[in-house]
Design a binder for this molecule. Structure first.
Ligand code: PGA
Ligand code: MG
Length: 218
């Protein structure tokens, strides 16, 4: 029996919204536009870079006709914006505790591969994980369950939990048939009670016991 815990990244393991906001505001500045507040930019996060850019364009005077060039510019800023990102408190201890308990560990994020590699390198996080699935690893992304299923398959897990911070993560877990542990302190735009979950937590030190309780056969 192999037990696996897969984590979302942005707003779950890492507090990356300051860097995502910095990248978006650098793009706006390039086009002579005023910055947006970080909270508003947080409401664009969760479904990958295309939805993010669509929402940014809709909220500003960026010109949708330049979509492809804007995406290239945004990704360039996004890859360079890693200095403000921190790992949430106690994440590293908990990851090591779960590993010591014999869990396989994975990441399943909608962040695209380029910015993902850049931030993982900056905070030296990749070394703890058996599998890392980016937003562009497959042609489909969360809330499609395929990326999450792939993470558990690659770990050869027979029991699993997904840990995330958003309604997109909750839907992904539900569609993959995996238990969902909901970190409530991330980039959340909906009330906790509107996001279906098996267990919610606000402190990472509570996660190991939650995982033991809610593991679901895959
Ligand atoms: O890049 C996004 O839109 C969100 O990333 P996440 O899936 O790690 O929260
Ligand atoms: Mg997230």
């Amino acid at each position: 029996m192999t037990r696996g815990v897969v984590f979302d990244l942005d707003g779950t393991l890492i507090d990356s919204l300051p860097d995502i906001a910095a990248a978006a505001n650098a793009l706006l500045a390039d086009h002579g536009l005023d910055p947006l507040p970080q909270k508003q930019i947080g409401s664009f996060v969760g479904m990958g870079e295309r939805v993010f850019l669509d929402r940014l364009i809709a909220a500003t005077a960026l010109d949708a006709a330049d979509y492809d060039a804007l995406m290239v510019e945004f990704i360039t800023h996004y890859k360079a914006s890693t200095g403000l990102t921190t790992v949430f408190p106690r994440v590293l201890e908990v990851i090591q505790a779960l590993k010591a308990e014999g869990y396989k560990l994975g990441i399943c994020t909608n962040k695209p591969g380029g910015p993902l590699a850049a931030v993982l390198e900056a905070i030296d996080l990749a070394k703890w994980f058996d599998v890392i699935i980016a937003g562009d690893t497959l042609p489909v992304r969360k809330p499609d369950p395929a990326p999450l299923r792939l993470a558990f398959e690659r770990m050869e897990a027979t029991q699993g939990v997904y840990v995330g911070d958003s309604d997109v993560d909750a839907e992904t877990a539900q569609r993959a048939g995996v238990a969902f542990a909901f970190f409530t302190e991330g980039i959340r735009t909906k009330p906790i009670e509107e996001i279906p979950h098996d267990r919610a937590f606000e402190r990472f030190e509570d996660l190991p016991s939650i995982c033991r309780e809610i593991l679901r056969p895959l």
